[in-house]
Design a protein around this ligand. Structure first.
Ligand code: ZN
Ligand code: ZN
Ligand code: ZN
Length: 394
């Protein structure tokens, strides 16, 4: 029979735990060899601990000890309590153990009816199997994984109502570490809230937001919708908020991509107008295929646009869409160019002069655009393919 058990006394910050574990290690070494047993740990080591006033406590429970308590529960020798369940079954238990394990059970036992020397108590609201796992845990902290999994929600409630924090920790831990499913998450969330388990509740909400469409069509959701419409509203709002945050992030990423493309167009424009691209061939020839790729990703597209611009016969005010695009790129270049006197990019000086007359509003608009284009490149970090060729003009 598989039995999981929790050492309910181990505390991370408890120096006695470390000492006990060390002691255990030493004894297992000595039993396997001729190494003499180490001397007793000096008692002054306890005094050096963080809690000098606390008495040293042994906190490692041996399996044999748990087995003894498990046996006491299962065999019920000397039992003096009948626990009656809702489905008219009963369990035998020891009032002293129940009282020590749960202050609530202690009170119930004190007020119980005694018949033929046996105290009779009731644990209402849950069926026999859950109570069996619950009481067994009170004795030995042992449980069968299958039964625990099947009854974990009832056990969470029992541990909360009967004030058994060790069991509550186990239930919460098991749910958080993998027993939470799309089917049970809504029930778990409601129980986590009423049983004061804020982290579990937070994890549930996060799961609902992540798998909203699936979870909002489960049985659990339908029941909750009728019983607790405020919770449904809250979960919908959480989902909407998270979703709009996601959309906003996508929008920003998309925007950044556009600015980065503009930056690359500016670099390619300089490269075409100053050096001329050797890869895609001279202006008067057909554009070569990209057998050898030019280092400037925007080069080929821009070269085609420049060629179109110089040959366009479309006679519409302001030019065709392609020409308009070219004008905008030239103007953006000019806004970013720091050497208009020696610059070979067409219209660079023309736009620089035009800038002298532009309104403050236009100036601010251009400055914002330039800073976004430059920042998109800078955001790639110092190890991006090429160093920035532009400096910001103001
Ligand atoms: Zn090129
Ligand atoms: Zn055109
Ligand atoms: Zn220029």
């Amino acid at each position: 029979m598989s039995c999981k058990s929790y050492n309910t006394h181990i505390e991370e910050s408890n120096p006695a735990t470390v000492l006990t574990l060390l002691g255990d290690l030493a004894s297992s070494v000595s039993s396997n060899s001729n190494i003499p047993k180490p001397p007793q740990l000096p008692s002054k080591m306890y005094r050096r601990s963080k809690h000098p006033s606390r008495p040293p406590e042994c906190s490692f429970v041996l399996k044999e000890t748990k087995d003894i308590w498990d046996k006491l529960f299962k065999e019920g020798h000397g039992a003096d309590v009948f626990i009656i369940t809702d489905d008219q079954s009963y369990l035998l238990a020891h009032s002293s153990v129940l009282s020590a394990a749960s202050p609530v059970l202690h009170n119930i036992i004190q007020q119980s009816i005694v018949k033929d020397g046996m105290k009779h108590i009731k644990i209402p609201g849950v069926h026999y199997e859950s109570i069996y796992v619950f009481v067994r845990f009170l004795y030995s902290s042992c449980y069968e994984e299958q039964k625990m999994k099947k009854n974990v929600l009832h056990l969470l409630v029992l541990s909360h109502c009967y004030l058994v924090p060790s069991l509550k920790r186990v239930c919460i831990h098991l749910l958080e570490q993998g027993w939470l499913t799309q089917e049970n998450v809504i029930d778990v969330l409601q129980l986590a809230r009423s049983c004061d388990a804020p982290r579990l509740s937070f994890i549930c909400v996060r799961m609902v937001v992540k798998d909203f469409r699936t979870i909002s069509s489960t049985e659990g959701w339908k029941v909750m919708k009728h019983a607790n419409p405020a919770l449904e509203q809250e979960l919908i709002e959480s989902f909407v908020k998270a979703d709009s945050r996601k959309q906003e992030k996508l929008r920003k990423m998309e925007e950044k991509k556009v600015y980065l493309e503009l930056y690359e167009a500016m670099e390619a424009l300089l490269h075409i107008c100053q050096e001329g691209c050797r890869t895609i061939g001279p202006r008067d020839k057909v554009l070569k295929g990209s057998r050898v790729t030019c280092n400037y990703p925007a080069c080929k597209g821009l070269e085609a646009l420049v060629r179109h611009f110089s040959n366009c016969k479309t006679r519409v005010p302001g030019g065709c869409v392609h020409c308009k695009r070219m004008w905008q790129l030239f103007e953006l270049h000019s806004q970013m160019c720091s050497e208009p006197d020696s610059c070979k990019v067409p219209l660079c000086r023309h736009f620089k002069e035009k800038m002298q007359q532009q309104s403050q509003k236009d100036e601010a608009k251009w400055r914002l655009l330039v800073s976004k284009v430059v920042n998109a490149k800078n955001a790639l970090g110092p190890f991006s393919a090429r160093p920035s060729k532009f400096i910001m003009t103001n």
